[in-house]
Design a protein around this ligand. Sequence first.
Ligand code: CS2
Length: 467
Amino acid sequence: MSTPSPAARRLSRATHDVRPAGPVRIVHLGLGNFFRAHQAWYTDRAPDAEEWGIAAFTGRRPNAAEVLGPQDGLYTLITRGPDGDRFDVPATLSAVHPGADHAAWLDRWRQPELAVVTLTVTEAGYFRGTDGGLDIDRGEVRADLATLRKHPAAPVRTAVGKLVAGLEARLDAGLDPVALVPCDNLPGNGGVLERVVREMAERTGRPRAVEAVMTGASFVTTMVDRITPATTGEHRAAVLARTGLVDASPVVTEPFTEWVISGDFPAGRPLWEVPGATFTDDVTPYEERKLWLLNGAHSLLAYAAPLRGHETVAGAVADPVCRAWLEEWWDVACRHLTFPHEELMSYRAALLERFGNTRIRHALAQIAADGSQKLPVRILPALRHERKRGELPLGATRVLAAWVCHLRGLSTPVKDAAGLPRTDGMLPDVARAVLASLDPGLTADTVVVQAVLAQVAELAGEAPAAF
Ligand code: CS2
C-alpha cells in the first residue's frame, strides 16, 4: 500500500537554515515586492548584515504581514535571468507588522538602536499637490491632521502622518536623529519627503511636532532600480519544485539592480556599498536618466502597447512598431540628459535587454497604475525642455496621447490613486482636461494639444475597439 506523501513544509526559520534575526535598526514602511527585491536584498548582502535587522510594516493592506509572519519574515527571492533562475532566502526581515498596528510602529521609533527608516509607498503615497507641497484637500491627509491635532500618538493612516507621529514619539523618548530614506521613483525624493512631512507637522499646530521633524531626521535622496513584477502562482510553484518548501510569498526579480544614495546617516547604516550601492553628492543625473529612460519608456508602453494587443513589457518591445515609439521617446529624452552620448546608448541597449527578458512577465497593467503621479515626473521635464527650444517632440506627446486613450478605456483598466478628470465627453475637451490635470500650463500650448489629438486618433486606429 502506498503511503501519501507528507504535506510539504512551509518556509520558516525552523525549516530553512539562515542566520538568526538581527537586532532591529531599520524600520521599513511599504512591505511590497520591490522592497524585498531591493533594499532588503542590499541589507542582506551587506557584510554587517547580522547587525541590521529590519522591522517592515505593510502599507494599507495587511496581507504581506499575514503571509510572512508564519514564515518568520523569510521569503524566496527568485532572480530570473534570460537563461535561468537563482533562488536565495534573504534573512534580513526580523519582524513584519500590519501597517495598522500603530502601537508597534511608535514602539519601533522609541528604540534607541533605530538608525534608518526606509520607505516604498509609491509616488501617490507622498500626497503631493500640483505645487509639490502636501495636498491638504485629500481626505486621508485631512483625517490624519485632525487625528494628530487631537493626540500625537493616535493611529494615523498616511505614510506622511506616520512619520510625523514616529518622529514625535522619538523626540519625546529623548532619542537621537535617524535617517529617512525614501525609495520611490520621484526626483529629489529626499527633498519631496522633507517638505510634505514638515508641512504635515506645521499644520498640526503643535510646535513639538515641528521640532521633531526639524531636529529628528536627515532626509536622504535615493534612486532605486530593479524590475520586480507581482508574484503569481507560477512563482510559488517554482519555489516548491526547487526547494521542496512552501513559500506563500516569493518574489521574482531581474538580475540587474542599482541604488544611488545621497545624504547623511546620523546613526549609521549597513555597508550597502559592498553589494553595489553608489554613494554620491548628487543623485540628480542618475535619477533623470533612470526616470526618463526606464520609467518613461515603461509608461509609454503601459498605455500604448495594449492598443496593439500586448500584455507584457517583453511582448511590447518585440513589436517593431512599439520599438519605434520607444526609440523616438528615448531620442527626445537623451537630448536633455547630461551623460556622454556613448554611455546613453549603452544604457538604452541594456534597457532593451532588460525589457526583452521574456522570463519576467512584467504586466503592462501593473505599470499603468497611478499615471497621474508618474507622467509629470517621467515625461513632462523633457517635453518642457523641448518646447523651450521651439521643438515639438512627438516621442513625448505620444505618451500623453496614449494616456488619453487609456483613460478613455481603450487599454487596460484604469487604476489611479488621485482624482482624474471626466473622460466621457467630446475628445478635444477630454484631452484638454487630461493635459490640464498633469500640468495646467500644457493646455495653453495649442501646438502640443493639436499633436496629442492627432496622435490619439492615430493610436486609437491601432486599437481593436476604436472610437
Ligand atoms: C515601473 C517601475 O510600475 C512602474 O511604474 O515603471 O516599477 C519600474 O519597474 C521600476 O522603477 C524599475 O526599477
